[in-house]
Design a protein around this ligand. Structure first.
Ligand SMILES: Nc1nc2c(c(=O)[nH]1)N(C=O)[C@@H](CNc1ccc(C(=O)N[C@@H](CCC(=O)O)C(=O)O)cc1)CN2
Ligand SMILES: Nc1ncnc2c1ncn2[C@@H]1O[C@H](COP(=O)(O)OP(=O)(O)OP(=O)(O)O)[C@@H](O)[C@H]1O
Length: 186
C-alpha cells in the first residue's frame, strides 16, 4: 500500500470515528431500534445461518437485532492475524480484546462463514460501489474471501459515501443496511 493511500484511509477512519463518538445516546437508541426492525423484516427462515456481529462502542445498533434475525446467528471471534473464528449466538458473551463482547460457546472454525446465507459486516463506511473501510486490522478482509453469500455492510446513512479508498484485498459489499433506509442492494 502506498503511504498516500495509508494516510487517506487513516484520515477517513479518524473522521468517521469522531463523528460516531459525537452522537447522543438518544440518537443511538433510535438507530438501534430501527436496525432491529429492519433485520426482523428480512425474510430469513430458521434453518438459515447469518453471520452477524454484536455492535459495541459507537457502532450503529445493539444486541437486540440479533434476536430479530430469527435464524441461526453466528458471531465473530478474533484469533489474531488470521481469519475470524465463529460461534453461535446464544446470548452468552464475555469481554474480549478491542473492547469487544464475544460469544462463549464452542468455536466452529474459520470456515463456518462459508455456510452463511447472508453476512452482515461491521464497517465505518461503505462507498456507493461497495468499497468498505473497517477498523483497520484486516479481520474481515481475511475472512470475506471465504464467502459466496451476499455481503451487507452495516453503517449509518451518512456513512454511505461517494468514494472510499480501496485496495486489491478489499472485498466489495453487495449491499448496505442503514437505520433510516434498511437494506439497499448496491
Ligand atoms: N462489533 C464488532 N465486532 C467485530 C469487529 C467490528 O468491527 N465490530 N471486527 C472487525 O474487524 C472484528 C474485530 N476487530 C476490531 C478491530 C479493531 C477494533 C478497534 O479499534 N476498536 C476501538 C474502538 C473503536 C470504536 O469506538 O468503534 C478500540 O478498541 O479502542 C475493534 C474491533 C471482529 N468483531
Ligand atoms: N486477505 C488478507 N490477508 C492478509 N492480510 C490482509 C488481508 N486483507 C487485508 N490484510 C491486511 O490487514 C490490514 C488492514 O487492512 P485494511 O486497512 O483494509 O483494514 P479494514 O478493512 O479497514 O479492517 P477490517 O477488515 O478489520 O475491518 C492491512 O495491513 C492489510 O494488508
Amino acid at each position: 500500500m502506498t503511504s498516500d493511500l495509508r494516510d487517506r484511509k487513516a484520515t477517513l477512519r479518524s473522521r468517521l470515528l469522531s463523528a460516531r463518538r459525537a452522537l447522543s445516546p438518544e440518537v443511538r437508541a433510535l438507530e438501534a431500534a430501527a436496525l432491529a426492525a429492519h433485520v426482523a423484516a428480512l425474510d430469513l427462515s430458521p434453518d438459515q445461518t447469518v453471520c452477524a456481529f454484536l455492535p459495541v462502542g459507537s457502532e450503529p445498533g445493539d444486541a437486540s437485532w440479533l434476536d430479530g434475525l430469527r435464524c441461526r446467528v453466528l458471531l465473530p471471534v478474533v484469533t489474531g492475524a488470521s481469519p475470524l473464528d465463529w460461534a453461535e449466538h446464544t446470548g452468552e458473551v464475555a469481554p474480549a480484546g478491542f473492547k469487544l463482547l464475544e460469544p462463549t460457546g464452542p468455536r466452529l472454525g474459520a470456515s463456518a462463514i462459508a455456510g452463511a446465507s447472508l453476512v452482515l459486516v461491521p464497517a465505518l463506511a461503505v462507498s456507493v460501489t461497495g468499497v468498505r473501510i473497517g477498523k483497520g486490522q484486516g479481520h474481515y478482509d481475511r475472512s470475506l474471501p471465504l464467502v459466496k453469500a451476499p455481503l451487507v455492510g452495516v453503517v449509518r446513512d451518512c456513512e454511505v459515501l461517494a468514494e472510499v479508498p480501496g485496495e486489491p484485498h478489499d472485498v466489495r459489499m453487495n449491499g448496505v443496511l442503514t437505520p433510516s433506509i434498511g437494506l439497499r442492494w448496491l
